[in-house]
Design a protein around this ligand. Sequence first.
Ligand code: 13P
Length: 143
Amino acid sequence: MKKRKRIVLIAHDNRKEQLLEWARWNKKLLGDHELFGTGTTGGIISRELGLDVHRFKSGPLGGDQQVGSKISDGDIDVMIFFWDPMSAQPHDVDVKALLRLAVVYNIPVACNRSSADFIISSPLLQEEYDRKIDDFAAVLIEP
Ligand SMILES: O=C(CO)COP(=O)(O)O
């Protein structure tokens, strides 16, 4: 099946469980897309759910910057980033830089479950949407 969107999954330690639970709930849909993740998060998602995840380095070791670089190259379509609002991170500047680039390049970002639910249920991520677009194109092409 054609992989449609490039989705990156990232969570800080205190929020990894929540991201895993969300990804488990949406496993089938996520499996239709190309998945990326920072090192530890990506490892958990692929190990626990059996999904293919391209893994970058761990966030504090440069993973956030690698994701930012991908975004600036136009190679990421959606970012799901459950960052921890209650703990200081050693790589806080990298986190901030990554969130900034996501805004600069205008990609949809979800930082909590309710916004992740919105994004995952968006027509843009659903097969149905592609099919409608294809049907529309077919109508235009047919004489
Ligand atoms: O630190 C992170 C995001 O800032 C996430 O990195 P890990 O997935 O390697 O824990």
